[in-house]
Design a binder for this molecule. Sequence first.
Ligand code: PMP
Length: 367
Amino acid sequence: MTRMPPVPRPGILEIAAYVGGEAKLGGHNRVIKLSSNEGALGPSPLAVAAYEAEKGEIHRYPDGGAAELRAAIGAAWGLDPERIVCGAGSDDLLCLLAQAYGGPGTETIVTEHAFAMHPIYARYAGSTVVTAAERGLTADVDAMLACVSPRTTLVLLANPNNPTGTMLPWEEVRRLRRGLPEHVLLVLDAAYAEYLDDPRCSAAIELVDEAGANTVMTRTFSKIYGLGGLRLGWAYAPAAIVDVLNRIRSPFNASRPAQAAAIAALADVRHVEASRAHNARWRRWLVEALAAHGIPVHGTEGNFVLADFAAAGRDAAAADAALRARGIIVRPMGGYGLPGCLRITIGTGEEMAAVAEAVAAFMSGTA
Ligand code: PMP
């Protein structure tokens, strides 16, 4: 009997599956998980309570239009709720945008060390991925503009970027927008916005507003709000793009408990402030702890640092193994073309102390 499995669209089997941060380590009951840039302080207790209060209702579909949540997001950041679309993580929205504005025969521009899902979504859409070189691990506007061809329809830019932690100054992003043809959609993936000095990410919002019809910002509840497990993100977009996203998204792409928890999370401003202050404090602390061993970090704009062990003359894979031996999971960067680096999420003070101790032992050869 011959077996003829259905064949997916051309290009799909060339996509290498995303490998997320590991959560478990053999031989360790408790691990310190610093591999997925999750919020160090977890969710607000008010968000957890709101999530639990939905228990009796989970047989009911959520509000497919997420009206209350969009109103809450709009009120929190001074945005028109009609210009917001929610999704199952910002991943959901990035995928929809790549599908709607890319496709066979088109090109999508991504940066050299982009968030791994950017090229995956573009390929899934059937678009050709064009990778723009960076300068010093930071997006380079001239290189991006040099990638534009008559087939370009979409540019994906994470700012701050994961995994580099670097940030393109907003003036440069504006120059990028001005240099791109009007019909090219620019997606500003601002997953780490809330860790910036301006957590509203006003510059990205201004760019969306100024540009008129061709620029979108995506945001997430997975990072500072500590709700990664619930899968909730949102896009702020021009009306025509909101219309497109609403035509193609799955109807209930933001679950009922997720919507309830997110509304409560937005209201708990103190928890968000505490999370931001915690991140700034321990990020500085970790950078200093690494510097004490001669390990430089690249950008530090998000809730993680990209530690360059190779620059300190050390093997990042060996450092990773030494951390793992102590039950600490960080993110090796070989898959991102940065084999000399480890990306370390900012965790609790205790977790940061454990990392510093493990790194010290590794660097002194006593690990
Ligand atoms: N964009 C960037 C730059 C990210 O780092 C992440 C998460 N790692 C996402 C988007 C997706 O986040 P989520 O789907 O959880 O909103």
